[in-house]
Design a protein around this ligand. Structure first.
Ligand SMILES: [Zn+2]
Length: 234
């Protein structure tokens, strides 16, 4: 399994490449490119958040706790209604991730459980898509894809490290293949992961406008439209 330094080097370099490609190849602004590159770099650490030991994990939580309010800044401004409340929300988010997140994970995760999996990669990307408020859909996709790439680089690196050279033969250790899994061994972890994936996917589809948001008055949208289109009795 690759270590903290290998992961941050690879996802960091990937982030620089991705950011540069988005600016010079696809016409995003330099600021957007830098943010996307940073997200890719940080995302390369996400899967190892479940390894409960050591300084790197605490550092990762600090990094993600600091990045989340910045990514969500526009959202927080909308939710808070003014800058002061948004600052307070940002601070609360930081504390919740920095201290709450680590504690919760410590209770419920096994290292190289569902955090090293394709569903987790999708959840991280979808959360980014939802959290990053922008009028431009392509900017939201840029950020989400950056996070997906970062996580993917982590999974690939872990897989590469499970290949061992012994003399002339390549030997796979017991971790081989486990980073790309769709399901883990723990039933509850699978259930939570897929419930989260379904929720995020639904929210992202609503955000995209491809799926109607649930109506608060209990009348489905198509019905409402049909009712409005009915010729009114004069
Ligand atoms: Zn890992």
């Amino acid at each position: 399994m690759a270590g903290y330094r290998e992961h941050i080097s690879v996802s960091g370099m990937l982030g620089v490449t991705y950011g540069a490609a988005s600016v010079f190849g696809f016409g995003f602004t330099p600021v957007q490119g830098v943010i996307a590159g940073c997200l890719t770099g940080v995302a390369g650490m996400i899967p190892d958040l479940d390894s409960q030991t050591g300084k790197p994990v605490r550092e990762m939580f600090s990094l993600i706790a600091a990045a989340a309010p910045m990514v969500m800044m526009e959202r927080l401004l909308v939710w808070g209604g003014n800058v002061e409340t948004a600052m307070l929300l940002g601070f609360a988010l930081y504390v919740a991730i920095r201290y709450g997140g680590a504690t919760v994970l410590g209770y419920c995760s096994v290292h190289r459980g569902m955090f090293h999996s394709i569903p987790t990669m999708l959840i991280a990307a979808e959360l980014t898509f939802l959290a990053y408020k922008s009028d431009s859909l392509s900017v939201k996709f840029l950020m989400a894809l950056g996070v997906a790439l970062g996580v993917l680089s982590h999974l690939i690196l872990d897989e590469l490290y499970s290949v061992q050279w012994s003399g002339v033969r390549i030997k796979l250790n017991k971790a081989a293949g486990s980073a790309f899994k769709m399901f883990g061994k723990n039933l509850a972890a699978n259930a939570v992961t897929y419930a989260l994936l379904a929720t995020c996917t639904y929210a992202a589809l609503v955000d995209l406008g491809w799926v109607d948001a649930p109506q608060s008055d209990g009348v489905p949208k198509p019905l409402q439209q049909a009712a409005e289109e009915l010729p009114s009795v004069q």
